[in-house]
Design a protein around this ligand. Structure first.
Ligand SMILES: Cc1cc2nc3c(=O)[nH]c(=O)nc-3n(C[C@H](O)[C@H](O)[C@H](O)COP(=O)(O)OP(=O)(O)OC[C@H]3O[C@@H](n4cnc5c(N)ncnc54)[C@H](O)[C@@H]3O)c2cc1C
Length: 412
């Protein structure tokens, strides 16, 4: 049996604790908050999208950064394994659209309760209100931690750091693990908020605040180079653009947008070619022949978007519909098929679902999560340079890497 210290009682820390205690180690979990899993509590809008019930190939495809590193841990503790663990501990699950798995109760607190119950049954010693200040390293070996309170030293045979990323810092994830890692010689790759909305330059875009669009295609360009293309939903906000398609996009363009603004081109009518859209507009116009242009687009666009699209088309809003020329119609079609937005940057960590970047996985053993620089030291979860899109994949990263760390602690 070894004496194992885990830093951080989030998703990865709890999984690590269960794995390590399950194979007979003595486990002490240190969490700075007054309770476990504060971030897990707010996941999935309070419902907790626990994992994704897809196959392994799809799981890996949804990981944005360093999917190959996850091969071993994803197979070692799968989506089915976390589902079984939760259900065994009194949290029945259901699978929704897109294979997203949630508790039947729609309560994230039931996920935390199930994990807590399992930890209790395995005699994991949970220390709340216990902020870890730094790691104790001796001759390239991690021998324990120092608590902030009274600088108390706690010695251990192995330490697992599962302190999470930098987003939603009120949940306790304030990036401490990056400092711990740097202090013992690890590389931390450039950090960025991800799964986060974009800021936009144009005033007319910001005036669309509250408008949500269902079936659009979004394409993001860096100069002429296409970086991202996806169909789906988006919404406009007082600062720029958000919604599922753009949140996912942020994970793929975070690096590029740090250097300079990017161009977002929205196809508002992706199901129609330009010709089909022109025919559709002509048909709409026939129903509004003696009306002004500004009163002719109600079937095509949400009302708040109409003045913006009209202004961009260059057609006078007061012009009679039957006076609009073919050329003017072409300009309107062009705005609808290529509604351009200048993306100037990402919103802050406060609004980001995850942190992109983290401890370089080149310096971590992918099977055991042990540091290649310091023996007896393990890292798991979002603190590592790993991230995925939405759908339950980020929590699966936390469960799998936490489990890998906990289950590979050697016996002393
Ligand atoms: C709003 C929101 C919604 C999300 N929804 C989903 C979803 O539905 N599905 C999904 O898969 N992912 C979701 N995510 C992402 C997911 O929550 C994270 O990827 C996951 O929680 C990471 O787990 P972790 O254990 O690495 O870190 P965390 O869960 O952040 O846990 C880290 C823990 O370490 C503690 N800690 C930090 N520093 C110290 C220290 N010095 N001493 C002691 N303790 C410390 C923190 O207090 C915290 O409890 C969401 C994220 C957000 C912000």
């Amino acid at each position: 049996m070894s004496n194992v210290v885990i830093v951080g009682g989030g998703a990865a820390g709890m999984a690590a604790a269960i794995a390590a205690a399950g194979i007979g180690h003595e486990v002490h979990l240190y969490e700075k908050n007054e309770k476990l899993g504060k971030k897990v509590y707010i996941t999935g809008k309070g419902r907790c999208n626990v994992t994704n019930a897809c196959d392994m190939e799809t799981m890996l495809q949804n990981v944005v950064t360093n999917p190959r590193f996850l091969y071993s841990s994803f197979y070692g503790f799968t989506n089915q394994d976390i589902m079984d663990l939760l259900e065994r501990n009194g949290c029945p699950l259901k699978t929704e659209r897109g294979n997203r798995v949630f508790p039947v109760s729609d309560k994230s607190s039931d996920v935390i309760s199930a994990l807590s119950r399992q930890m209790r049954d395995l005699n994991v010693d949970v220390h709340l209100h216990s902020e870890v200040k730094d790691l104790l390293i001796e001759d390239g070996h991690c021998v324990g931690i120092r608590l902030k309170k009274n600088n108390t030293k706690v010695f251990a045979d192995a330490v697992i750091v599962a302190t999470g990323g930098m987003s939603y810092q009120a949940t306790g994830s304030t990036g401490d693990g990056y400092d711990f890692a740097k202090e013992c010689g690890h590389t931390v790759t450039e950090l960025s908020p991800a799964l986060v909305p974009f800021e936009a330059a144009e005033d007319d875009v910001r005036s669309l605040q509250g408008v949500s669009l269902r079936n659009i295609e979004a394409v993001i360009y860096d100069g002429k180079k296409e970086l991202y293309r996806e169909f789906g939903e988006m919404l406009f906000a007082h600062f720029g653009v958000s919604g599922p398609v753009l949140l996912s996009a942020s994970s793929y363009v975070a690096k590029a947008i740090r250097k300079h603004p990017l161009k977002l081109v929205i196809d508002l009518k992706p199901a129609l070619t330009e010709e089909q859209l022109d025919t559709r507009i002509l048909r709409d116009f026939e129903g509004f022949l003696n009306k002004q242009f500004k009163n002719s687009l109600a079937h095509l666009l949400p009302s708040k978007m109409i003045p913006v699209v009209i202004a961009r088309s260059g057609i006078s809003p007061d012009k009679k519909v039957n006076e609009i020329t073919k050329q003017e119609r072409a300009a309107l079609v062009s705005v609808l098929k290529r509604f351009q937005v200048t993306l100037t940057g990402l919103r802050d960590y406060k609004e980001a679902i995850i942190t992109q970047g983290g401890i370089s996985v080149k310096e971590i053993n992918p099977t055991t999560m042990e540091s290649k620089k310091v023996s007896g030291l393990y890292f798991a979860g979002e603190v590592l340079d790993l991230d995925a899109v939405t759908g339950g994949f980020n929590l699966q990263i936390a469960w799998s890497t936490g489990w890998a760390a906990g289950s590979h602690i050697e016996y002393c």
